[in-house]
Write a protein that binds this ligand. Structure first.
Ligand SMILES: [Zn+2]
Ligand SMILES: [Zn+2]
Length: 370
């Protein structure tokens, strides 16, 4: 089968910079789609693999928050055709297993099957297999995924903003809308104002929450949190418990943790009102444990829950999210704080340490596709 040479940023050794190099992408097989990348966001999960805090088999192409245009489709692809604009998800769903049919597509039982293929998707110049994060590998000029991992997105969203829909927005807004079903009667607390946290704040604004309290270490992030819908902001170094107590004396009804640390997850739970729900979104190192007070949980009817990828319903949510963007309630543009080319992707990862940084996006449009 003919392979397509593309430039990709390859992770060879965790802890070392990515290397932009030519790799060879397989043609789309049955049910698969080849997408030419327009823009890809740098997500904290990419950073975890890059610096080795989460393990991954190397060499590998990272990147999963992405928008692009369909270039080729394999046999049996029914929903998409060349020229379509799409965003990808790390949680493709089969639409037919018990999780999918009961409304939990992010927990699809057949994800492994959906990513299986006979030939390696990507190989290097010596024919050695190069992996791809979540079966996507978006830090490349093109990628091949199953049709089930792609949702159509309209042309009116700028690519630098549209890529965010694939991960941080569907996770943050999804957790608020689907995971915790926030409503006008809720007092919402969001701990951690990165991409996912900012998306949760915007989700709470879309749902009409009566108070939206943002907590972060950096005043710069809190300033943007206010712009994106936070009604109250608290510096993490301040007396968070005391401040929350003033705003919501019985505790908040919905808390979201978007940091990825047991201590902040425990703090989120401890600030809940009776009957409140704490949703933990930050990925934590393997083996992490969260300790909560048993009587607060049992006697206070409180809940501690996950909402992987926000419990999103990807194919429906992209339309929902673009409508909120179109009508001005979802601000994607303000969340893009940096733009780099693929060759400068390591500078983009360095920029993630900057307290002003929310999302850095790799812009692939400078280069005419081969
Ligand atoms: Zn992500
Ligand atoms: Zn399924």
């Amino acid at each position: 089968m003919a392979r397509i040479p593309i430039t990709a940023a390859v992770l060879e050794t965790p802890g070392e910079p990515l290397r932009a190099t030519t790799v060879y992408l397989d043609e789309p097989g049955p049910g698969e789609v080849l997408v030419r990348t327009e823009a890809a966001g740098l997500c904290h999960s990419d950073l975890h693999y890059l610096n080795g805090s989460l393990a991954i088999v190397t060499p590998v192409v990272l990147g999963h928050e992405v928008v692009g245009r369909v270039d080729q489709v394999g046999t049996g692809v029914t929903r998409l055709r060349p020229g379509d604009r799409v965003v990808a998800t790390v949680t493709p769903s089969c639409g037919a297993c018990s999780q999918c049919v009961s409304g939990h597509p992010t927990q699809c039982l057949r994800v492994g099957e959906l990513r299986e293929r006979a030939e390696p998707l990507i190989v290097d110049a010596d024919g050695v297999e190069v992996g791809s994060l979540a079966g996507i590998g978006a830090f490349a000029e093109a990628f091949v995924v199953r049709e089930a991992a792609l949702a159509l997105v309209t042309d009116d969203v700028d690519p630098l903003a549209a890529c965010l829909l694939g991960c941080c927005i569907s996770t943050g807004v999804g957790a608020v809308v689907h995971g915790a079903a926030v409503s006008a009667s809720d007092t919402v607390l969001v701990i951690g104002c990165g991409g996912v946290g900012m998306a949760a704040i915007q989700g709470a604004r879309i749902c009409g929450a009566r108070r939206i309290v943002a907590v972060d270490l950096h005043p710069e992030k809190l300033e943007l949190a206010r712009q994106l819908g936070a009604t109250d902001v608290i510096l993490a170094s301040d007396d968070v418990r005391g401040r929350v107590d003033t705003i919501a004396p019985n505790g908040v009804t919905r808390a979201f943790e978007a940091v990825g640390r047991p201590a902040t997850a425990e703090l989120a739970f401890s600030l809940l009102a009776p009957g409140g729900v704490a949703t933990i979104l930050g990925l934590m190192p393997e083996g992490s444990r969260i300790n909560v007070d048993a009587s607060a949980l049992i006697e206070g009817d409180r809940k501690l829950q996950g909402a992987y990828m926000g419990g999103n319903r990807f194919l429906a949510d992209i339309d929902l999210l673009t409508d909120h963007h179109r009508t001005g309630r979802l601000d994607l543009e303000s969340m893009v704080t940096g733009v780099v080319s693929l060759n400068d992707i390591n500078d983009g990862f360095d920029a993630m340490r900057d307290p002003q940084s929310i999302r850095t996006v790799v812009d692939f449009r400078g280069k005419v596709p081969a």
